[in-house]
Design a protein around this ligand. Structure first.
Ligand SMILES: NC(=O)c1ccc[n+]([C@@H]2O[C@H](COP(=O)([O-])OP(=O)(O)OC[C@H]3O[C@@H](n4cnc5c(N)ncnc54)[C@H](O)[C@@H]3O)[C@@H](O)[C@H]2O)c1
Ligand SMILES: [Zn+2]
Length: 379
């Protein structure tokens, strides 16, 4: 007998990168699965992707559509809420409408209609941390605030101790760190997480918020120039263009292969050990953005060096690597390291036909909206 044992799941955003891998794993484990996804055009340029399995019930609808969400929630045991508007898009109100409002309404429907949902797992993000944890030589582990705009404009990328101002070095970030991201996306991920966990406490319905680190892998949109560093570097290089590094390229991220993120979802659905908590999910390994560019170029056999134009994105964290002790305690171990994961992504991308660079045009827009800014020279 399989673990799922006929349990019924709703995966919102189930056509996307993470959602579609959750769907596959659920089906493999014997769950009955329904997907609600509006096929956001930024992500799904050519409509419904071929990887959406026919064994899953399909509802093409917007998470903001109350009637559609109500219908999709009928006869469901566990909700894996992945649908969201992501990345560094210039919108403001759409993030709040899709991510904050969409989540609020989903929770409200479950409560008001007394639906017998047994668990809600909501996709949060490491973006909820304004900056990763750091070690000050004097004060030990500290929680640095977002670096001020004026500092970034002067080309100073360092993270400093909030107490003494000394340069602090990065360390793995535990869930207890203060949250409060300073991009529009991050603000709405904080909303989603807090709405869900607070609602869970008040209704008594077990709820978990998984704070994913940077996720990549097969099915990551090759059309969306606003999100996914591995996807963007890959499509740039395949189009003969150099990857663009923000800041100096020495900032670090925790890159996690999509199947590992999906498995964490099934794991927290199978135990009550982490109910009510925010939970980091990642690889626990910090990699610089410059190293990622080199790894992708090497794997592709393309000798194009990345470029750094002294640009930065206000509000972006310098370093973030997740401390994953909490989820490891229930048996989670990432299985695919970055090198193997990049190979898996590139093998998939080669099956996707013509690769174009959408980044150059997007970047021009981001500059005019001040989402990407330039160091100010003092001549
Ligand atoms: N990819 C990452 O690095 C990462 C990191 C942290 C958190 N997350 C979170 O994980 C979740 C899944 O992200 P992903 O990487 O799979 O992104 P994705 O864009 O590949 O998938 C999101 C899916 O949601 C759908 N969607 C978007 N807006 C919708 C709406 N209004 N109504 C219904 N469906 C809608 C899209 O069509 C898409 O299929 C999101 O909540 C995201 O914020 C992702
Ligand atoms: Zn200090």
């Amino acid at each position: 007998m399989t673990h799922g044992d006929g349990r019924r799941a709703l995966v919102t955003g189930g056509a996307g990168l993470i959602g579609s891998h959750i769907v596959d794993q659920l089906l493999r484990e014997g769950w009955r699965v329904r997907i609600l996804d509006n096929l956001e055009p930024q992500t799904h340029k050519h409509g419904k992707p071929a990887w959406v399995p026919s064994q899953a019930a399909w509802s093409e609808a917007d998470i903001r559509d109350r009637a559609a969400v109500t219908a999709a929630l009928q006869d469901i045991d566990v909700v894996f809420h992945q649908a969201a508007y992501g990345g560094y898009m210039p919108d403001i109100s759409k993030y709040v409408a899709v991510n904050s409002f969409g989540t609020a309404q989903l929770l409200e429907i479950i409560r008001d209609d007394n639906l017998p949902i047994k668990k809600v797992v909501v996709a949060s993000s490491q973006a909820v941390y304004s900056e990763g944890a750091a070690i000050c030589p004097q004060h030990g582990q500290v929680a640095p605030p977002t670096r001020p705009l004026a500092q970034l404009q002067s080309g100073d990328w360092q993270v400093r101790c909030p107490t003494c101002g000394a340069v602090a070095s990065p360390t793995a970030t535990p869930e207890e760190m203060p949250i409060g991201g300073e991009t529009v996306y991050a603000i709405t991920k904080v909303d989603q997480e807090r709405l869900a966990l607070t609602w869970g406490r008040q209704t008594g319905i077990p709820t978990v918020a998984l704070r994913y680190s940077c996720t990549y892998g097969p099915r990551q949109s090759i059309f969306n120039p606003y999100t996914g560093v591995i996807a963007i570097f890959s499509t740039r290089l395949l189009a003969g263009q150099p990857p663009v590094l923000y800041e100096d390229g020495e900032q670090t991220r925790d890159m996690c292969f999509v199947e590992d993120i999906a498995r964490a979802n099934l794991l927290v659905a199978s135990t009550d050990a982490l109910d009510g908590l925010p939970v980091n999910v990642g690889s626990g390994v910090a990699t610089t953005i410059r190293t990622m560019a080199a790894m992708v170029a090497e794997a592709l056999g393309i000798r194009i060096e990345p470029v750094a134009h002294g640009e930065f994105r206000p509000g972006e964290m310098r370093h973030l690597c997740s401390n994953t002790a909490r989820i490891q305690a229930i048996g989670y171990q990432p299985q695919v390291d970055l090198l193997a994961g990049i190979e898996r992504y590139l093998a998939w991308i080669r099956t996707q036909g013509d690769i174009r660079d959408y980044f150059a045009a997007a970047e021009a827009i981001l500059r005019t909206k001040r989402i990407v800014q330039q160091v100010q020279s003092h001549g």
